[in-house]
Design a protein around this ligand. Structure first.
Ligand SMILES: NC(=O)c1ccc[n+]([C@@H]2O[C@H](COP(=O)([O-])OP(=O)(O)OC[C@H]3O[C@@H](n4cnc5c(N)ncnc54)[C@H](O)[C@@H]3O)[C@@H](O)[C@H]2O)c1
Length: 259
């Protein structure tokens, strides 16, 4: 019997890597996204590799849309994994954000996960499944985008709250917090400053930019049996950025990195 994973934002760069990785691990994939065409392209790639995958157009911030997709998805078979990948950052500063932008940031990064968790709660309990939400280092420390960061910080707290509440029902709830990942979400900033990745990787203990596959591997681990005793955790996939910034350590100690 196939175990199915419901992946929101599955047409995006990180979401599609999650779909592909979980499919290779044997999951059937329900890839849902606002972008129906790209979601279907992800699924057809998986099917060409011999996997099972179905796409739906879903607005993860709309209760009716999530509920309709969940009903259809549960007809396919047992949903044992829910991966909340939908998210985006809009408001850049308190000086330019209005309430509408704030609401959009909170809806995309927090409400979407809440709605999907509610829709699959009973199914995940029945299947003793697990939930992974894609957070960000902005939910752990301050790296810009105040509304996005507040939404993701709340998502990390929701992860802990629900791990405690759902653990006794046999459901694990975790999050992955990426640092900078090379995706199309960076296109506008790359265009404005072609050196943006060089600047950001210089801040990291591992001076590299993550790939979507790096994030997908952490998700695959968390939904697997290998993580069967892990719940309520947020794994940072950030090259060590949330641990500290090498230049800050050097400034404090006044030692060069080789001494
Ligand atoms: N790229 C990074 O550097 C980075 C870093 C940390 C965290 N993240 C997080 O990773 C996740 C994926 O980011 P990405 O870089 O792959 O972005 P992306 O823009 O490539 O993917 C996001 C996907 O979500 C879909 N989407 C947006 N709103 C939706 C909605 N309401 N309903 C359904 N689908 C919706 C978009 O159509 C898109 O396909 C996000 O939660 C993001 O916050 C990304």
């Amino acid at each position: 019997m196939t175990n199915w994973a419901f992946v929101t934002g599955g047409a995006g760069d990180i979401g599609s890597a999650i779909c592909q990785t979980l499919a290779r691990d044997g999951f059937g994939i329900v890839c849902v996204d606002l972008n129906e065409e790209r979601a279907e392209a992800v699924c057809s790639g998986i099917r060409m590799e011999g996997g099972q995958a179905v796409s739906f157009r879903v607005d993860a911030t709309d209760p009716a849309s999530v509920s309709a997709a969940a009903t259809e998805a549960m007809k396919l078979g047992n949903i044992t994994a829910l991966v909340n990948t939908v998210g985006r950052a809009k408001g850049t500063s308190i000086f330019t954000m209005d309430y509408a932008i704030w609401r959009e940031d909170i809806a995309a990064n927090l409400d979407s996960a809440f709605l999907c968790i509610q829709a699959f709660r009973d199914q995940l309990i029945a299947q003793q499944g697990s939930i992974v939400s894609i957070a960000t280092v902005n939910g752990l420390g301050v790296f810009g985008f105040p509304g996005y960061s507040a939404g993701k910080a709340a998502l990390i707290h929701l992860t802990k709250s629900l791990a405690v509440e759902l653990g006794p029902h046999g459901v694990r709830v975790n999050a992955v917090a990426p640092g900078t990942v090379r995706t199309r979400a960076w296109n506008a900033r790359l265009e404005a400053n072609p050196g943006v990745f060089d600047e950001l990787q210089a801040l990291c203990p591992l001076p590299r930019i993550s790939s979507p596959a790096n994030v997908a591997d952490a998700v695959a681990f968390l939904v697997s049996e290998k993580a069967s005793m892990i719940t309520g955790q947020t794994i940072a996939v950030d090259g060590g950025l949330s641990a500290g910034i090498p230049a800050a350590g050097r400034a404090v100690t006044q030692l060069s990195h080789r001494s």
